[in-house]
Design a protein around this ligand. Structure first.
Ligand SMILES: [Zn+2]
Length: 453
C-alpha cells in the first residue's frame, strides 16, 4: 500500500505526545466508509495549527466511546450539511466519521487549560464536546450565539463543513473538515475549549453512565426542538391548553430523547402530552413506548401503506377511541430520519392531520425531496403553517448533560454496546446509518467503545 506511515513518529502538542498516524473509520468516497488500520489516519497535525492564529484556544480530546448516529451517514454521503462539498480520500485531511463522543481531555494551550480549570475541568477528566463550531470571531459568535448562527458558517466535527465556512476552517486548522471521534489509539478530536463540557460526576462513575454521555448531544437537540416550537409560549400563552396531542413519526432514539424532554417540560407547565407513536419496527414502539409511558392504543405499527400518515390511516393504525370525527393533532414531529416523509406528505399533514393552529416539526437534516427544500436551521412557512427545524444541539449541551444526569438510572439500561470496537463491520454500520445492527440487537441506543480506558 502506498500510504503506509507506520512508525512515522510523534507530534508533541502543548507537552503531550501524540502518534502522527493512527487507525480509524474514514469515508473514502461518498457513502463508503472503511476501517483504516493503525498508521493510516492522520488526525493530529491539526493540533499544530489550531492555536497559531490566536483566535481562541483549542483542546485535544481522546475518544473513549462514540454513539451511533445517522448524521455520520448523512455527512458521509454528502446530504449534510446542505450543499456539502466535503472532500474524500485526501491523506492530509481524511474524512473521519463519529461525532457523539465521550472523551478524555488530553491537552490544550496552558492558558486554555487555566480557563478550563476555572470551570472544574482538568486533563484526564471525562468530557464531551459540542461539535458544532462557528468561526469564533464574528459578532454572533462573540455574543455567544450557537455555531449555526455564525455569520461565516459552522463546521461539524466528523460530519463536514458548510461551504461558506471552509475558508475560516482551513485558515484556522489547516483543513476544511475536522476529524471525528472514530479514531484509534492516540488519535484526537479537536474543539475550541469553550466547546468542552464535563460529563456529570454520577455518570462518570460507571461504564454505562459514560456510555450515556454519548447521548448529551442528542438530548441537547431535543431541547433545541422544543425551543424551536416555542413550547412554553405555545402551550400557555398561545393555546392555553393543559393537554397536547402529539404525533411522533418514528419511535427510535431521537424520539426517545425528544419525547422524554417534552414530557418533563410539559410537566413543569402543569400540562401533559398525549403521545401517539408510529414506527415500522415493533421493538422501537415497545421500548420507547414503555420509556415514555405511551399506552398500547397510542402505538401504531406502520405497514406498507402508500401514505401511512394520512388521517384515515392514522385512525385505523391507532386503537385510540376518540380518534374520529374532527380530532386533530396539535404537533406532529418527524423523528424518523430520511424517507418517511416528503414535501407532499408534509403538506398533507397540514391539510388533514394537524389542528388549524398546529405545528409540524422535524429532526430530519438536509431537507425533504420534492422541491429542493433544504434546511439546516430555523423554520419555513408552508401553506401558512410553521415547519419547525430542531436538529442541532445549539447551546443546549449543558441542559442535555443535566437531563441525563438526573435520569441516569432510568436510561443507563437502554444503552447497548456494539462489540468489537473500531473494525470493518462498524465502518459498514456507520456508512449505512446502522439499520442492520438495529434490527439485529433489539435496542434503541447504541455506542461503541473506542479505547480500553
Ligand atoms: Zn461566527
Amino acid at each position: 500500500m502506498a500510504n503506509v506511515h507506520m512508525g512515522n513518529g510523534e507530534i508533541e502538542w502543548h507537552g503531550v505526545k501524540f502518534p502522527k498516524y493512527t487507525s480509524g473509520i474514514e469515508f473514502v468516497r461518498p457513502g463508503v466508509a472503511v476501517y483504516r488500520p493503525a498508521g493510516l489516519i492522520n488526525s493530529i497535525d491539526i493540533g499544530k495549527r489550531t492555536d497559531e492564529r490566536g483566535v481562541r484556544y483549542w483542546a485535544a480530546l481522546e475518544p473513549i466511546m462514540v454513539g451511533l448516529c445517522p448524521t455520520d451517514q448523512a455527512g458521509g454521503n454528502g446530504s449534510f450539511p446542505p450543499e456539502s462539498t466535503r472532500p474524500f480520500g485526501l491523506e492530509n485531511e481524511p474524512a473521519v466519521g463519529g461525532h457523539e463522543g465521550v472523551y478524555i481531555l488530553k491537552a490544550a494551550h496552558p492558558r486554555g487549560l487555566k480557563i478550563l480549570a476555572r470551570q472544574g475541568i482538568i486533563p484526564g477528566d471525562y468530557v464531551t464536546g459540542n461539535i458544532n463550531i462557528g468561526d469564533g470571531t464574528c459578532l454572533a459568535c462573540r455574543r455567544g450565539a450557537p455555531a449555526l448562527d455564525c455569520y461565516n458558517g459552522p463546521t461539524f466535527v466528523g460530519i463536514g463543513t458548510m461551504v461558506e465556512a471552509e475558508k475560516w476552517v482551513k485558515r484556522e486548522t489547516g483543513r476544511t473538515q475536522l476529524p471525528g471521534a472514530y479514531v484509534g489509539s492516540g488519535g484526537a478530536v479537536f474543539v475550541p475549549i469553550s466547546h468542552v463540557h464535563k460529563i456529570p460526576a454520577n455518570m462518570a462513575e460507571t461504564d454505562r453512565g459514560l456510555a450515556l454521555g454519548t447521548q448529551i448531544d442528542a438530548v441537547a437537540c431535543a431541547y433545541s426542538l422544543w425551543d424551536a416550537v416555542g413550547l412554553e409560549t405555545y402551550v400557555q400563552g398561545f393555546r392555553g391548553v393543559h393537554e397536547l396531542n402529539i404525533l411522533a413519526i418514528g419511535s427510535g432514539r431521537v424520539a426517545l430523547w425528544g419525547l422524554d424532554v417534552l414530557k418533563e417540560r410539559l410537566g413543569q407547565l402543569g400540562a401533559r402530552g398525549n403521545i401517539f407513536l408510529c414506527d415500522t419496527r415493533e421493538g422501537n414502539l415497545e421500548r420507547v413506548g414503555d420509556a415514555c409511558g405511551v399506552p398500547d392504543e397510542n402505538r401504531y405499527l406502520v405497514g406498507r401503506s402508500r401514505n401511512p400518515f394520512s388521517m384515515r390511516n392514522l385512525r385505523s393504525g391507532f386503537n385510540y377511541p376518540s380518534l374520529g370525527g374532527d380530532f386533530r393533532f396539535d404537533i406532529a414531529v418527524d423523528f424518523a430520519g430520511p424517507g418517511a416523509l416528503d414535501q407532499k406528505r408534509i403538506c398533507e399533514l397540514f391539510d388533514d392531520v394537524i389542528a388549524p393552529q398546529g405545528i409540524v416539526a422535524t429532526m430530519a437534516h438536509g431537507g425533504y425531496p420534492g422541491h429542493e427544500l433544504k434546511m439546516a436551521s430555523g423554520e419555513r412557512l408552508l401553506k401558512g403553517h410553521r415547519l419547525v427545524i430542531g436538529l442541532s444541539p445549539r447551546n443546549n449541551m449543558g441542559r442535555g448533560a443535566d437531563f441525563l444526569s438526573r435520569h441516569a438510572n432510568k436510561f443507563k439500561p437502554m444503552m447497548r454496546e456494539i462489540p468489537g470496537g473500531l473494525d470493518e463491520r462498524l465502518a459498514e454500520q456507520v456508512a449505512s446509518g446502522g439499520a442492520a445492527v438495529k434490527n439485529e440487537m433489539e435496542a434503541t441506543v447504541f455506542y461503541t467503545r473506542i479505547s480500553s480506558n
